[in-house]
Design a protein. Sequence first.
Length: 178
Amino acid sequence: MISILLAISSFFLNPYRCCRRYFEKRGKPHLGIYGETPIPTLEQIVRLLQLSPQDTYVELGSGRGRGCFWVKRHIGCKVIGIEKNPYFIRIAKGIQKLTKIPVEFIQNDLFQQELLEGCAIYLYGTTLLDKEVEKIVRRLPSKCRIVTISYPLKGIPLKESIEVNFPWGKTEAYLHGR
Ligand SMILES: C[S@@+](CC[C@H](N)C(=O)[O-])C[C@H]1O[C@@H](n2cnc3c(N)ncnc32)[C@H](O)[C@@H]1O
């Protein structure tokens, strides 16, 4: 159902073009490279995070919400997607309304977002600059776990890394926690 709704939405709004144009207009073209985490890779990430129904899962840069909906349906925990692009938020909230899958989508800058103590975070932001990644680390709650793709974070203990697949190739997912 979600895949069908996303496919229909792609017909009206190409997510790759939409993301590129949105961030180009705001002078941050490096943030405009869109891509969605493949579901088998997300399954690995959820296992790495050891997500349980009692957790709060936060996706930083949740795009059209595909991953958030999947996590909600398969784990059943509280799920929050943070996304700056209002077009993606509109799509995600539209799907949420149609499917009644209770995921919370917040339109916000991930560099400004207050994060809940103890939450489990996923960040697929392979094009972020070092100084932007440092900014995220500075805002992390004192207790949390976070998975990043392609690079480990400095300033939060690294627990484990695994090999994962994306359409563009193999890379590592890094689990950090404190
Ligand atoms: C590579 S996509 C990942 C989408 C989704 N997390 C997934 O894994 O399928 C990165 C997303 O982060 C969003 N993004 C980039 N910079 C952001 C910012 N400063 N605040 C919030 N969202 C941002 C983009 O609009 C895009 O939707």
